[in-house]
Structure formats: C-alpha cells, structure tokens
Write a protein that binds this ligand. Structure first.
Ligand code: ACO
Length: 363
C-alpha cells in the first residue's frame, strides 16, 4: 500500500501587511527586511479568523480537489504551534466544521517542521493499513503570538493554512520516504515561554511579554543552514535517489538566505527550489503545504516528478519527505452495476412518491 497525495488546498487571509506598514510600527525598513529575509509582505488573520477556521478553508479545497467527501476521511492531523485552544485540539474543531464524523482527529506540535512530521505520521498510518484517507493540515495564526514591538521577530511571520489529502492505493509512487529528527537541547532557541504548565499566565508573564515568540535568530539560522541539506540528502538516500533527481525542493519558507544556502549546498538551480517568502513570510507549519499547493497550481509538478518537502523549526526539529508525484486520482466513477442500482433506487423512490401524490389527489 502506498500513500498518494490526491488533493491539496490553501487559505491565506485577505489582509496584507507590507514592510512599509511594519516600518511605521517598529524601527525597520523595507530594504532591511528584503535584503535580510526576502520577505516583502505577509497575510494577517482578521478578527474572527483562527487557526481552525483557516484550516477548514484549506481542507475544504483539498477535499473538493480530491473528490473526497468529509465522511470518507479516516483521520485529521493538524500541525500547528498556534492552536485555537490548549485543548480541545484544533483538529477536533476542524473535524466538526467539516462534518468528518468518522475521522479521528489530533494536533501535532513540531514547530515549523509540523507539516512534515504530520505527513510522515499520516503516511505511516496509511501504509500500515490503519487508515485509507488522511487529511493533513498545517495552519498557523502566528500574528496572535508575535510581539509587534520586537523588530527582531515581527518582520518574519505571517498567517495561513495548507492541506493535503492522502489516500492509500496500490499504484507506484506517492510518498517514497521520510526522515524526522529532533534535538531538544536547542529548545530555548525558539519558544513561547508562557501559557503552559511551566509558566502559567500571570500578571508577571503578561507584563514581561512572555506570551510572545522569543527567538535567537542567528543560532536558528545556523541550525537551518546545516539541517536542510542533511535531511534532504538522507530522505533521498532512503528513496534510492540523488539530488540530481529532484524536480522541486520545497523548503520551509523562513528566510531567503537560508533557502539560497541550501540551494548552493545541494547544487540546485533556482527553478528547482520553491520560494514564495516574499508574499507570505514565515507561516510556520503552513508554509510547506501552501507552497506545495501553489507549485501544483502553477504547473510545476507533473506525474513522475520528485518533490522534496524539507522543514526545520522549534524543538529543535527538522525533517523531510520525498514524494514521487502522481496525478490526483478523482473519486472512482461509479461502476455500471452501481449506476444501475442507483437508477433503480431512484425510480422506486419516485414511483412511491407519485403513488402517494395520486392517492392524495383522488381522496
Ligand atoms: N530591522 C532593522 N534592523 C534589525 C531588524 C529589523 N527588523 N532586526 C534586527 N535588526 C538589527 C539587529 O538589532 C542587529 O543590530 P546590531 O548589529 O546593532 O545589534 C542587526 O540588525 C543584525 O541583526 P542579526 O540578528 O545579526 O541579523 P541577521 O542577519 O542574523 O538576520 C534574522 C536576522 C532575519 C532573524 C535571521 O537571523 C534569521 O532569519 N534567522 C532564522 C529565523 C527563522 O528561520 N526562524 C524561524 C524558524 S522556524 C519556526 O519554528 C518558527
């Protein structure tokens, strides 16, 4: 049994926050942000929009594209660092909103690597035969945990959601290999210090601004530059492939200079590396599925192509997934027998309804 990506969708809020807008809020400039990060603008959730509502939008698009009804979904995994609540899980809110009543649902926290982790877990479930159809979502409302007075971090992040539908099938291709890694000794390099069991919300945590992202940017940068090529080479090796086989590398969209460094290390030309940073900034667990969705929509992936999704983030965590792209398979058209059965059923229902109408007219 192989796990195939059969549907994809994305959602980004309408509201755009440009670098010039930010320059009016903190001591920064469009020039600094573009040269140091490659970001020009990001999307910010409107009031009322949350990680769950954006996830639902992306998921609906992915299900529709796949021709899969919510009732067919066996499991929903939402990768996020910004859940609607600590509990219940955002995945449960999504399950209810979609009407995916048969689906198990849980969140997965692996920072910006969340989507890659969630995809790998879903693939393992499909390959083990535990589920047939999985909905894997990366959704983030980072604007709600961004310190808009801290120029070191507020220029980086944005909101959005991306989703894929995975389905098991006997055909070759699909997800070929995955590699997941972590190094908890780097936990303090990127964190949200308060709001959990260690530092519950208090006047102190609020006044010290501990409910916002804290990041050692340079250390995270060095870590990212090291792990992207390592994870990419390892996932390729496990799939029996080499960097030359890559059609498209989709790295976590955190910083243009990190992406350039990975490109150089892996000796990949720019057309083989996806980059939409300038439009959305870093959307954490949403960045890879949003990029994947756009790459497909732009016609950059066709049957047989090799796409590598590689992520890194808080934890520290990193990981990659290698996919041999296969055409999304629409829901199988009904067989002749099913078609005839449905026709007979419809005719019987219509006849019974007409009889009742005739009886009602006569009496
Ligand atoms: N505007 C103007 N100046 C700024 C800004 C800003 N927005 N931010 C920082 N600076 C200043 C700093 O104060 C510093 O000034 P100083 O030299 O007088 O102290 C100077 O610019 C250089 O600062 P650096 O931190 O060295 O800048 P750097 O080139 O490293 O870029 C950045 C900073 C963009 C944050 C970079 O380190 C980076 O991208 N790191 C990785 C971040 C990342 O990917 N995080 C997400 C991980 S995934 C997840 O799970 C969320």
């Amino acid at each position: 049994m192989r796990a195939h990506v059969v549907g994809w969708g994305k959602y980004v809020p309408d509201r755009v926050l440009t670098n010039d807008d930010l320059a009016r809020m903190v001591d920064t400039s469009d020039e600094w942000i573009v040269t140091r990060t490659g970001i020009r603008q990001r999307r910010i959730a409107e009031e009322g929009e949350t990680t769950a509502t954006m996830a639902v939008q992306a998921a609906r698009q992915a299900l529709e594209g796949a021709g899969v009804s919510p009732g067919q979904v066996d499991v929903i995994i939402v990768a996020t660092a910004t859940p609607d609540y600590l509990f219940p899980s955002t995945a449960c809110l999504v399950q209810d909103a979609l009407g995916a009543t048969r689906a198990a649902a849980f969140d997965l926290a692996a920072g910006c690597t969340g989507f890659v982790y969630a995809l790998a877990v879903a693939v393992a479930m499909v390959e083990a035969g535990a589920v047939r159809t999985a909905l894997v979502i990366g959704s983030e409302t980072l604007s709600r945990i961004t310190d808009w007075t801290d120029r070191n971090t507020c220029v980086l992040f944005g909101d959005g959601a991306g989703a894929v539908v995975l389905q098991g099938g006997p055909d070759d291709g699909g997800v070929l290999s995955a590699v997941l890694s972590a190094d908890g000794s780097g936990a303090d390099l990127l964190m949200l210090p308060a709001g959990g069991s260690r530092l519950p919300a208090s006047h102190h945590t609020v006044s010290e601004r501990l409910h916002f992202i804290k990041m050692q940017g340079r250390d995270v940068f060095r870590f990212a530059v090291r792990v992207i090529p390592t994870a990419t080479r390892e996932v390729l090796r496990r799939a029996g492939l080499s960097p030359d086989d890559i059609t498209l590398l989709i790295p976590h969209q955190a910083n243009g200079r990190i992406i350039e460094s990975a490109m150089k290390d892996l000796k990949l030309p720019p057309e083989k590396v996806y980059n939409n940073l300038e439009r959305y900034g870093n959307t954490s667990a949403a960045s890879i599925p949003v990029a994947l969705c756009e790459a497909v929509e732009e016609g950059r992936l066709g049957p047989g192509d090799i796409v590598i999704c590689v992520g890194f983030g808080a934890g520290l965590t990193w990981g990659a997934v290698a996919i041999r792209w296969t055409r999304p398979r629409p829901v199988a058209a009904p067989t002749w027998r099913q078609f005839l059965r449905r026709l007979i059923y419809l005719w019987a229902a219509l006849r019974s309804w007409l009889r009742r109408l005739w009886w009602w007219i006569r009496t």
